[in-house]
Design a protein around this ligand. Structure first.
Ligand code: CAA
Length: 380
């Protein structure tokens, strides 16, 4: 077992850390406060190859591996969790399934501009009544000459208000349950698509999300991703990768919480010494550091399995449930260490506390991750 990063992985980690420190962190609080989409940073991420990290160069990507993707996600999310998830959705939830299930023509037409960052993608699975129970899709696609007609509503669509392309999951044969779901690549400029108002959120406020309404939207046959009826497997496979991205986002938030709390604890004095020297605070820092390292190892294992082409559903769920809960504990302790200063927006830990929560909800709640893990334990 070798836990050393390769020279290429070290380089992407350093590039991401420099970018995050110099360009993302200085605007993170302001973008959060004004709920401002970081358009210029997304353009810079495109230049740096961060929007299609694990996509081969021939399809417009950076040609790196999934460990590199996890490293870059951690660094960027350490500075700004909103910027992190914008990147994660494009990489994991849109580029990755088109790379895996798309035809060469679809890769040429859709993947190349997405991976190069000329276009931005979103992932339309959740609905008003289909969240954890992803198979309860009500959005319908009905076959017509030369294509399909889509009708339905999608909810909580990260990047929805700013995306160009969407991966849309629809019910095509309701009698068949999970085997009756079909995925399409849809251009959001198409007739019949309406983007709802931007969601007003507790955290990750610089990452816009919204509902998307589909009314008699016509998509051609060549926009179907995979085969009819294979959509649920496309979605589940995609989320196996996406959960590595969200686990890395959570890790970034946890690290930000620890680093900010540590800096404060070394400065702030009570009872004649820096609070870091009080055991009550020092032990909190020790627990945060230990959990952060454990989360990182789970993430690297899941990413390594994905790079090897091995099924990693359980490992991704373990990484995501653990890292997201670590992020929430770390952010909570960071606020506690800052005391009253932690509760106001003058210091970043208040933002980390709000940003951490979503990592236990999206791309599968902690309950869904435990379900995936438990099923793998009890299956024959
Ligand atoms: N890879 C490939 N195939 C898979 C799979 C995987 N990881 N998981 C399940 N499947 C297959 C199964 O083998 C089964 O296939 P067969 O029909 O051939 O037997 C089929 O899919 C159905 O599987 P299940 O019986 O396990 O399905 P289920 O209805 O019990 O659901 C679930 C399982 C794990 C709860 C799933 O519904 C789930 O993951 N729910 C959470 C959805 C989610 O994460 N949503 C997030 C929305 S996206 C988002 O948040 C993006 C954002 O904005 C950032």
């Amino acid at each position: 077992m070798d836990l050393e990063l390769t020279p290429e992985q070290t380089l992407i980690q350093k590039t991401a850390r420099d970018f995050a420190t110099k360009e993302v962190l200085p605007v993170a609080a302001e973008n959060d406060q004004h709920k401002r989409y970081p358009k210029a940073l997304v353009a810079r991420m495109a230049e740096l190859g961060f929007l299609g990290i694990a996509v081969p160069e021939e399809w417009g990507g950076a040609g790196m591996d999934n460990v590199s993707y996890a490293l870059a996600m951690e660094e960027i999310s350490r500075a700004c969790a909103s910027t992190g998830v914008i990147m994660s959705v494009n990489n994991s939830l849109v580029c990755d399934p088109i790379l895996k299930f798309g035809t060469d023509a679809q890769k040429e037409r859709f993947l190349k501009p997405l991976a190069a960052g000329q276009k931005l993608g979103c992932f339309c699975l959740s609905e008003p009544e289909a969240g954890s129970d992803a198979a309860a899709q009500k959005t319908m696609a009905v076959k017509k000459d030369g294509g399909w007609v889509l009708n339905g509503t999608k909810n909580w669509i990260t990047n929805g208000p700013v995306a160009d392309l969407a991966l849309v999951f629809t019910m095509t044969e309701p009698d068949k349950g999970t085997r009756g779901i079909t995925a399409f690549i849809v251009e959001l400029a198409a007739k019949g698509i309406e983007i709802g108002p931007t969601d007003q959120k507790l955290g990750i406020r610089a990452s816009p999300s919204s509902q998307i309404f589909f009314t008699d939207v016509f998509v051609k046959d060549d926009q179907l991703l995979g085969k009819p009826g294979e959509g649920f497997k496309v979605a589940m496979h995609t989320l196996d990768g996406g959960r590595i991205g969200i686990a890395s986002q959570a890790l970034g938030i946890a690290r930000a919480s620890l680093e900010d709390a540590m800096a404060y604890a070394k400065e702030r004095k009570t009872f004649g010494k820096p609070i870091a020297q009080h055991q009550a605070i020092a032990f909190k820092l020790a627990d945060m550091a230990t959990e952060i390292d454990a989360a990182r190892l789970l993430i690297w294992r899941a990413a390594t399995l994905k790079d090897r082409g091995v099924r990693h559903s359980t490992e991704s769920s373990m990484a995501k449930v653990f890292a997201s809960e670590v992020a929430n504990r770390a952010a909570k302790e960071a606020v506690q260490i800052f005391g009253g200063y932690g509760y106001v927006s003058d210091y970043p830990v208040e933002r980390h506390f709000r940003d951490a929560k979503i990592t236990e909800i999206y791309e599968g709640t902690s309950e869904v991750q435990r379900l995936v893990i438990a099923r793998s334990l009890v299956k024959d």
